[in-house]
Design a protein around this ligand. Sequence first.
Ligand SMILES: [Zn+2]
Ligand SMILES: [Zn+2]
Length: 208
Amino acid sequence: MRRHSPIRLRSLLQQTWERLRGRDQLLVRAGEDLPLFVFSFPRARAPFADHLRSAVCLTYRQLSGDLRRQYSHVLPRLPSLVVVLLRGRNLCSCLGHHHPPGTESHVARRLAADTGLRVGEIDLAVEAIRAWEPLPLASLAAQPPPDLQPELDQFRFHAALLAVFLHELEHLAFPDLEEGPVRRRSTDFYAASLREFFSQQLGASYGI
Ligand SMILES: [Zn+2]
Ligand SMILES: [Zn+2]
């Protein structure tokens, strides 16, 4: 009999539970410059899809054109439809993956068969991303005013979702690229997003 650590066991049970309760799909049109997305999420976890939709449709559009152009080489190379599987956490503890051709879920295979489109697939671990702090806010040169804190927490979470999302899309567009440059681009993108948020909100430049 296999023995699992309590955390792993909890993740396994969660995934089994989610499989039993089923998943919902949400079609997201985020703009001419982006592919169509289908977010697939556990039926009981609709907020996962709401957060990602907000990150892709709102946060992404709030950022400067200069910042968005960091990914302009990636977007034209993406399949016209991308399935995003949303989970709480991954058993391997990664924040996300891209799924090479042949390893997609039945959702992506079914969509490809039904639409005849080229369909790509990534997954994102939404709760793990929420807890991820590559740049602890404590490292900010100045403390944000307390009334900005809820907005900052929300922005930080959505910017992190967006950074991991773009990171996995870059792997999907360029499967042969090594992790180093892909990781650097997404971490820089995340840091620059926070800088822009601070300068928009406070008209100040923070030492992130
Ligand atoms: Zn992994
Ligand atoms: Zn990667």
